[in-house]
Design a protein around this ligand. Structure first.
Ligand SMILES: *[C@@H]1O[C@H](CO)[C@@H](O)[C@H](O)[C@H]1NC(C)=O
Length: 214
């Protein structure tokens, strides 16, 4: 009898754990791309922010990738915890799928001021965020509007760590280049305050030297 109860308890606990896989405090949804390297920040996978499925995807034609393009969300909605960042992220994805008719959220990664990195298309898929650069860049967006102020220290640290992580995982070239979105097209993105910061990042490039493709 005791054995039966014990087994029942074990099975029940296993189920409960399963159901909690993506709760706020769980680490289960943070393993996608971060496990492979110590340089990597915590990366919340798509399940962790309840992403919709991508309609299609294309692999990067060449890896490691040459460019990082830095974006801001451009909407003055900010977030400081995983549930509210996930909600904003879903609104970005809805906009990209339903209004822009793209196949998925445009960015490879999105960073919140909660310090988390959220996986968009991920390292290996072509994004939709900077015409001319999409097939040779990783688009990283920080949630919020950074015209007047910088993203907080948690978000900036996550940005630097994500780039280091990309190099270590051989997703980014060691001689990678960083640009702000406004260098690729006529836009205010990533916001005046943030752009001044981007210009001082290591490997920032003044005049992009890419061969224009898609
Ligand atoms: C997350 O942040 C939102 C908005 O600031 C707040 O309303 C909510 O209570 C927070 N949730 C948790 C789990 O801390």
């Amino acid at each position: 009898m005791f054995h039966v109860l014990l087994i029942h308890f074990i099975i029940t606990s296993a189920f409960v754990n399963d159901a909690q896989v993506c709760s706020e405090k769980s680490t289960e949804c943070m393993k996608s791309e971060s496990e492979e390297s110590r340089a990597c920040p915590r990366i919340i996978n798509r399940e962790g922010w309840e992403a919709r499925r991508a309609l299609s995807s294309t692999l990067m034609p060449e890896r490691p990738v040459r460019y990082v393009v830095v974006h801001h969300g451009g909407v003055p909605r900010y977030c400081y915890n995983r549930s509210s960042c996930s909600a904003i992220l879903r609104s970005y994805q809805d906009h990209h799928l339903d209004n822009n008719h793209w196949s998925d959220i445009g960015y490879q990664f999105v960073i919140g001021e909660d310090g988390n990195v959220y996986q968009g298309r991920g390292w290996d898929k072509v994004g939709a965020h900077a015409p001319g650069y999409n097939s040779q860049s990783i688009g990283i967006c920080v949630i919020g509007d950074f015209t007047e102020r910088l993203p907080n220290a948690l978000a900036l640290t996550a940005l630097h760590k994500l780039i280091e992580c990309g190099i270590e995982m051989k997703k980014l070239r060691t001689d990678y280049r960083v640009i702000g979105h406004r260098q690729a097209r006529n836009t205010q993105c990533p916001g005046n305050a943030f752009y001044q910061y981007v210009r001082k990042m290591p490997n920032w490039m003044n005049s992009p030297d890419l061969l224009l493709s898609s």
